[in-house]
Design a binder for this molecule. Structure first.
Ligand code: SF4
Length: 65
């Protein structure tokens, strides 16, 4: 099982397709021009959802470690 400690979105690569929100709404939400990581999101507890969202992102805009 993956354990994610950090996640970010490269706004310049995001095309606002909302796939990450569909995959893991606990962590991702749509901002004005791009998806954003929700303030206070529990990154570690949502590790699997973050990996799924990153894989679903058509532009590889989601970076995690
Ligand atoms: S899946 Fe990728 S391109 Fe789509 S809204 Fe999320 S970060 Fe943006």
């Amino acid at each position: 099982m993956a354990e994610v400690s950090k996640v970010s979105i490269d706004a310049g690569e995001c095309i606002s397709c909302e796939a990450c929100v569909d995959a893991c709404a606990d962590v991702f939400e749509m901002g004005k021009d791009a998806a954003v990581v929700k303030a206070g999101a529990d990154i570690k507890a949502n590790s699997d959802g973050i990996v799924t969202a990153a894989e679903a992102c058509p532009t590889s805009a989601i970076k995690y470690e």
